[in-house]
Design a protein around this ligand. Structure first.
Ligand code: NDP
Length: 500
């Protein structure tokens, strides 16, 4: 995206990025724009810091990361207020977000040694004279590019694992949330003052592109699918490995035996929290016919009671350009035969959008297929859970999802073509420190959080260690025809029988 002269949109003044509040247009801060030279300098400094940080070992890093966690947790209200000032996010939404972020710092700090530390693994009979050792080593410097919608949780998902694994990090926050990015870096420097282990570089998309080409050991990107493709193409030039956490169009399935009150309540929150600007936000619901009418009624009743405004439960749309996307999806849904049972075109009152619930919307319409990223929701009636699964899996995205029901709920959740699912709740998998998070299809690849997230920021290093002479001379030129015959015999004896 590029900065435009719209209230709330960032702009460049005198080589500085000016961040503003999306409701009032009030300035929040100014940040020096980093070009390729400044980004390269940050990465070089990070390389030196990485050597020092890796040398602290798992114990030293754990202690410092837990102190960082404690500092963020103690100042949670201050950070939440900053998120509100810069992105317009309601303070309570920011508090929930930051709580999840500190959980991930806590989990990764405590489990990094167990997941990544050196260990012996079982060897194999054919190489019984060698012991097998495994360790996971850091890449050195990891670049982390983040979005504006969860400017604490999404970068920390990568940053915490990368740091716990022994990497230094250069973070490029979204142009909409540089002040939050700076807060994270400064709070980390307060507990790790020795070296610039965590740095931020500020600017527009060009700064992120420079980070992709800066020679980092790995690049972790969270943002839209379209930008993810550009990031991957830039990283391909230097074979820099990438992690892509991209967009979503998450579905919720409501089965016949669901607790409808709980389902409606969770649906309204999962769809409308953070004004719907959530990668794993519920954007589509498939409710089975016997409960459809009752479910729609409960959702509309609950969503209609939400307050909208700068101090409301539904805050502003942070990115002015997104308002037109939301408007287009609502208009298109209605033009193609859908009905608004709550909200509608008049709900779009920039910078706010009031809750909108759409029904009877054709599956091919933009409101069902594309990421809306606003406080809107489509609800469709399906014959049974089978049809719901087929429709939920029909789109190109595959990030998260939700299932409400009893008897079949787990089986349905397993069949969703997504990286995560919540049964009888929405979005909960994002806050579970022990579980991985990431998508399939257009939602990206690679994982943050949990053991898989830690391994994402380290490469496996395999070592074999001889502990006895080799009974069979296989890996040497000092062998003769009789040795070859013995190798053939062993191959047939050990691997030649097919299972019956
Ligand atoms: P964007 O893709 O527009 O931007 C993401 C980041 O990439 C920003 O920091 C942006 O900088 C930067 N960037 C832009 N162009 C380039 C480029 N050519 N090279 C490198 N970096 C670049 O996404 P948004 O910030 O609008 O975030 C919303 C999107 O993020 C939604 O699609 C949402 O679903 C997704 N998301 C995914 C999550 C997940 O975990 N899967 C979590 C949260 C959000 P700048 O802002 O300066 O343009």
């Amino acid at each position: 995206m590029t900065a435009v002269e719209t209230p709330g949109a960032p702009r460049i003044v005198g080589g500085e990025l000016v961040s503003t509040n999306p409701v009032t247009g009030r300035e929040v801060g100014r940040f020096p724009v980093a070009g390729p030279g400044e980004v390269a300098a940050a990465v070089r400094a990070a390389e030196r810091a990485a050597a020092w940080w890796a040398g602290l070992g798992f114990g030293g890093r754990r202690e410092r990361l837990l102190r960082w966690r404690a500092r963020i947790a103690r100042r949670i209200t201050e950070l939440a207020e900053l998120e509100r000032a810069e992105g317009g996010k309601p303070v309570v939404d920011a508090v929930v977000e930051i709580l999840a972020a500190v959980e991930h710092i806590d989990w990764t700090a405590r489990h990094a040694r167990r997941v990544l530390g050196p260990r012996r693994v079982r060897g194999r009979l054919t190489l019984a004279e060698h012991a097998a050792h495994l360790a996971y080593e850091p890449y050195g410097v990891v670049g982390v590019i983040g979005p504006w919608n969860y400017p604490v949780l999404t970068p920390i998902g990568s940053i915490a694992s990368a740091l716990a694994a022994g990497n230094a990090v250069v973070h490029k926050p979204s142009e909409y949330t540089p002040a939050v990015g700076r807060w994270l870096v400064e709070s980390f420097a307060e507990v790790v003052p020795e070296e610039p282990v965590l740095q931020a570089v500020y600017g527009l998309g060009e700064t992120g592109a420079a980070l992709c080409r800066s020679g980092v050991g790995k690049l972790a990107f969270t943002g839209s699918t379209a930008t993810g493709r550009r990031v991957m193409a830039a990283c391909a030039e230097s074979l820099t490995p990438v992690l892509i956490e991209a967009g979503g169009k998450d579905a919720m399935i409501v089965d016949a035996d669901a607790d409808l009150d709980a389902a409606a309540e969770a649906c309204v929150w999962g769809a409308l929290t953070n004004a719907g600007q959530t990668c794993i936000g519920i954007e589509r619901v498939y409710a089975v016919a016997p409960v459809y009418d009752a479910f729609v009624g409960k959702v509309v009743e609950r969503a209609a009671r939400l307050t909208v405004g700068a101090e409301g439960e539904i805050g502003p749309i942070t990115m002015p350009a997104q308002i037109e996307v939301i408007r287009r999806h609502i208009d298109d849904a209605l033009a193609s035969g859908g009905r608004a049972v709550l909200g509608g075109p008049a709900a779009v009152r920039p910078p706010f959008v009031h809750p909108t619930v759409l029904v009877d919307v054709p599956e091919e319409s933009a409101a069902v297929r594309e990421e809306t990223f606003g406080p809107t929701l489509t609800i469709a009636k399906v014959a049974d859970a089978e049809e719901a699964v087929v429709r939920a899996n029909a789109g190109p995205y595959g990030l998260g999802g939700s299932v409400f029901g009893r008897r079949r709920a787990m089986a349905i959740a397993r069949r969703l073509r997504t990286g995560a699912a919540a049964v009888n709740s929405t979005l909960t998998f994002i806050g579970m420190g022990s579980l991985p998070f990431g998508g399939v299809g257009d939602s990206g690849f690679g994982r943050i959080h949990g053991p898989d997230g830690l391994r994402e920021f380290a490469h496996a290093k395999a070592i074999t260690r001889r502990r006895a002479p080799s009974p069979l001379p296989a890996m040497t030129f000092n062998r003769g025809p009789r040795d070859t015959a013995r190798l053939v015999k062993i191959a047939k004896l050990r691997y030649g029988r097919a299972p019956r």
